[in-house]
Design a protein around this ligand. Structure first.
Ligand SMILES: Cc1cc2nc3c(=O)[nH]c(=O)nc-3n(C[C@H](O)[C@H](O)[C@H](O)COP(=O)(O)O)c2cc1C
Length: 311
């Protein structure tokens, strides 16, 4: 699959397809259905310093086009991740799949502590910095909406670890390009665009919200145009690579994001309705490139020409 080789300096991935954080366990839970070596990278669920129980139920609601979740970063915490999870993903790392650990915290110090501890682990190829979870801190997104705060977190992390840092941004901002520039300035090696959109659903008959905490993160099919625009805005603003994420469920979608300027993509919600998708997608992208006579992804990346075609 040489035409899929993907450069995300300093990493080179076998292909541009990754699991999106929180939608694929830590990666190996799906091993029987999706052999991990078929992925360019496995991105973990967000890991926090301490275990978190997550938000009260109900915390998932399916809509006509995607779904809302309010999981709230449920996870077993840093210690359990390092002791139980990392040793099990080592085989995937040896098989050539980049292991990316997504980290989240309430304060800059928590992010720094996570990066210090995880930075020592050779299994990890990169850290994805979750600046943008809408389901904690009452949806206030402190690090995702303030460019200076985001830049400072990245700079503090770059100070304590040599691992490449991917900054995961939120679409819930007026100017995502300003956030992208800020994290680039802070030392991010790449940008993931983007996390979920803030949303909600109600049952008017019972006058109750569908999610216990009312608001949740909207993902899946319906968010793709928004995510594509976010990725495009980021790619135009920065010179570091952009990883597109949001509503991707086919090889056609992957190439849309690549043409808009992404170097790689992540797939999240689509795995819930089609658990085998991530195992097939790289081969499907390769077939599509061959059928359409495209030599490789690098040639397509950012090749979008502005100006609508004549009807
Ligand atoms: C159930 C669920 C849990 C998620 N958990 C996390 C998480 O722990 N950390 C994170 O950065 N993003 C999390 N996300 C966001 C996804 O990684 C992704 O950014 C978002 O869903 C958009 O992609 P998609 O439309 O392909 O799902 C979660 C999404 C879903 C649906």
């Amino acid at each position: 699959m040489s035409r899929l080789v993907t450069k995300l300096p300093p990493l080179t991935l076998s292909n541009p397809i990754m699991s999106a954080s929180g939608t694929f366990g830590h990666g190996l839970e799906m091993g029987a259905i999706v052999p991990p070596e078929r992925l360019g990278a496995l991105v973990s669920k967000t890991v926090t310093l301490e275990p978190r129980p997550g938000n009260p139920m109900p915390r998932v609601w399916e809509t006509e086009a995607g779904f809302l979740n309010s999981i709230g970063l449920e996870n077993r915490g840093l210690e359990a991740y390092m002791e139980d999870v990392l040793p099990t993903v080592a085989a995937a790392a040896r098989a050539g799949t980049a292991i990316v650990t997504n980290i989240g915290g309430h304060t800059p110090q928590e992010f720094v502590q996570l990066a210090q501890a995880l930075g020592e682990r050779p299994e990890i190829a990169a850290l994805e910095v979750n600046l943008s979870c809408p389901n904690v801190q009452g949806g206030k997104l402190p690090f995702a909406t303030d460019p200076a705060a985001a830049r400072d977190i990245l700079a503090a992390l770059a100070n304590v670890t040599d691992k490449p840092l991917w900054a995961k941004l939120s679409p819930n901002v007026a100017r995502i390009d300003e956030m992208a520039l800020a994290v680039e300035e802070g030392g991010a090696a790449a940008i993931t665009a983007c996390n979920t959109l803030l949303g909600m659903a109600v049952d008017w008959r019972t006058r109750r919200p569908r999610l216990a905490l009312v608001r949740g993160g909207y993902s899946g099919l319906g968010v793709r145009p928004v995510a594509l625009r976010c990725a495009y805005d980021c790619a135009r603003a920065v010179s570091i690579p952009v990883i597109g994420c949001g509503g991707i469920s086919s090889a056609e979608h992957v190439l849309e994001f690549i043409v808009a300027g992404c170097t790689a993509v992540q797939v999240g919600s689509a795995s819930f309705s089609d658990p085998g998708l991530l195992g097939r997608l790289a081969a499907e992208v390769e077939d599509l490139l061959e059928r359409e006579d495209c030599p490789d992804l690098a040639e397509l990346c950012g090749s979008l020409t502005e100006g609508a075609p004549c009807a």
